[in-house]
Write a protein that binds this ligand. Structure first.
Ligand code: HEC
Length: 140
């Protein structure tokens, strides 16, 4: 026969386990987990690095050019984008409508690099945007 003490002990352990798991799923604690500063900052840093690499890549498009052929070119300082990308969304003459920065990057990708436009919000397009916006934060 199971002793009364053992039943009490098992019951106590079960209550403790329920309390701990309840605490873990408590919204405030979960929010804290998700917003752990290093994770978010690291993810953004990685996106900026990926975007920086894409901006310099001669294989992002298909014609062997990189964005840096025209932008960040020491001979064309007016073409640096740090002071320009902060103006988006903006009216675009070619499109005849207001477009977002992502749409402008796609336009450049297909027109200047003969690449295939990325789906808006794709990892590559977000990374490129993250890199370009990081320039505006350094610019002032
Ligand atoms: C062959 C030269 C050339 C290449 C390569 C090129 N661009 Fe451009 N880019 C231009 C010119 C010229 C303009 C200004 C005219 C226009 O908006 O179409 C421009 C404009 C832009 C603008 C808008 C600036 C503003 O003031 O609104 C962004 C953003 C941009 N380019 C990003 C890129 C990115 C990202 C790449 C690579 C995927 C790239 N460009 C490749 C020539 C180039």
């Amino acid at each position: 026969m199971v002793s009364r003490h053992r039943i009490v002990a098992v019951g106590f352990v079960l209550v403790l386990a329920a309390a701990v798991s309840g605490l873990r799923s408590w919204p405030a604690l979960r929010a804290q987990d998700a917003a752990a500063p290093t994770t978010g900052a690291d993810a953004l840093k990685k996106a900026v690095e990926t975007g920086n690499a894409l901006f310099r890549s001669g294989t992002f498009g298909t014609n062997g050019r990189s964005c840096t052929k025209c932008h960040e070119n020491p001979r064309k300082p007016a073409m640096n984008l740090g002071k320009r990308v902060g103006n988006y969304p903006k009216w675009d003459r070619r499109e005849g409508k207001v477009i977002t920065l992502g749409q402008k990057l796609n336009q450049m990708l297909s027109r200047m690099l003969k690449g295939r436009a990325e789906p808006l919000g794709s990892e590559k397009l977000v990374a490129l945007e993250a890199y370009l916006m990081s320039l505006t934060r350094q610019a002032d």
